[in-house]
Design a binder for this molecule. Structure first.
Ligand code: NDP
Length: 300
């Protein structure tokens, strides 16, 4: 049995592909770059799903928070198309496939919810269309919808910040925190929905293997923290103070306000359905997650 992963070369895709292989699945990645066990997006459109594909997982996307890229209309277009077009291509390949996979899983973000200090969001909550990122999540989720008569199980994982040593936010924060220059961003009291990379990979596998799982799942840990609580936990795990607050205006200038919001604002997101399905977290609390990512020589 084989799984097709769009964006399988990335931070999440690599961890997930390793997990799949360790469980005996074959993995094919759809990538812009050629390589073993890879196919290009053009090949996918032309020759369709590889034989024996039981699950298709959409994980591609240009890194929104890449500090080396300015938030220009061109870059925003990349951020948009790299998610919407890739997910659409996977959906099209499924629609055309003579032998259907049993499940299509596609990732999205908690940015679909309006940042708020008071609202609580569970998987029954409706996302909004109030800014670039929420509109992107809406479009990303809508292109993933397959016609119901195909009878293919669908899962959307709305993810929080994914914590892992090799990518995402931690990769960028590691050095400043290591040198004792880390701290909260902006006010610090904004919620920061998060999940450890190990749990994200396991949640995707859980969604493949459990035939009763469908619809929206929150890819967030059950312990809800604020940005300041995260900074403290990460500092503690590195034995460093985390007192140096990064002022909001600095982040707004460096990243442009529209995307700086990912860090300066947050949503209180509860994994109600994820827990109800019986998913077990290895890192349910921020301290254990930070201790794992802070290790210089990471272990599993
Ligand atoms: P990565 O930045 O590691 O990128 C994933 C893959 O996307 C890359 O390996 C690349 O594959 C592909 N990609 C990048 N840019 C483009 C582009 N312009 N066009 C087509 N493909 C592109 O992402 P993560 O693994 O961190 O995240 C995976 C998904 O999860 C993303 O969609 C992200 O938005 C979402 N997510 C991630 C969070 C996080 O904290 N990391 C939080 C919430 C959601 P290749 O070079 O092989 O083509």
């Amino acid at each position: 049995e084989s799984v097709l992963v769009g964006g399988g070369t990335g931070f999440v895709g690599t961890a997930f592909s390793q997990l799949l292989r360790s469980k005996g699945y074959g993995v094919t990645t759809v990538s812009r770059m050629p390589g073993p066990q890879r196919m290009s997006w053009t090949e996918l459109a032309e020759s369709g799903l590889p034989v024996n594909t039981v699950a298709v997982v959409s994980l591609a996307g240009q890194n929104v928070l890449d500090p080396t890229r300015r938030w220009t209309p061109g870059f925003k277009q990349n951020v948009w198309a790299s998610r919407v077009n890739t997910t659409q291509s996977l959906a099209n390949a499924i629609i055309k496939a003579p032998f259907k996979p049993k499940v299509f899983i596609s990732i999205s973000g908690v940015g679909i919810y309006q940042p708020s200090q008071t609202a609580e969001y569970n998987e029954d909550s409706h996302g909004g269309s109030f800014d670039f990122l929420s509109k992107l999540c809406q479009e990303w989720e809508s292109v993933a919808k397959l016609p119901a008569d195909l009878g293919i199980r669908q899962v959307t994982v709305r993810s929080g910040v994914i914590l892992g040593r090799n990518g995402g936010m931690v990769k960028q924060l590691f050095l400043p925190f290591y040198f004792g220059l880390g701290g909260p961003v902006g006010r610090g009291d904004q919620y920061m929905p998060w999940i450890h990379i190990h749990d994200m990979a396991n949640l995707l596998l859980f969604a493949i293997e459990n035939n009763n799982v469908q619809g929206v799942l929150h890819g967030v840990a059950p312990q809800i923290v604020t940005n300041k609580q995260f900074a403290k936990a990460f500092g503690r795990a590195l034995w460093r103070p985390a007192l140096i607050r990064l002022p909001e205006f600095v982040i707004n200038i460096a990243f442009s306000e529209e995307r700086a919001k990912i860090m300066t604002e947050g949503q209180k997101v509860i994994p109600k359905r994820t827990l109800a399905y019986g998913f077990q977290y290895k890192y349910p609390d921020i301290d254990s997650a930070c201790r794992q990512v802070a290790k210089l020589i990471p272990s599993k």
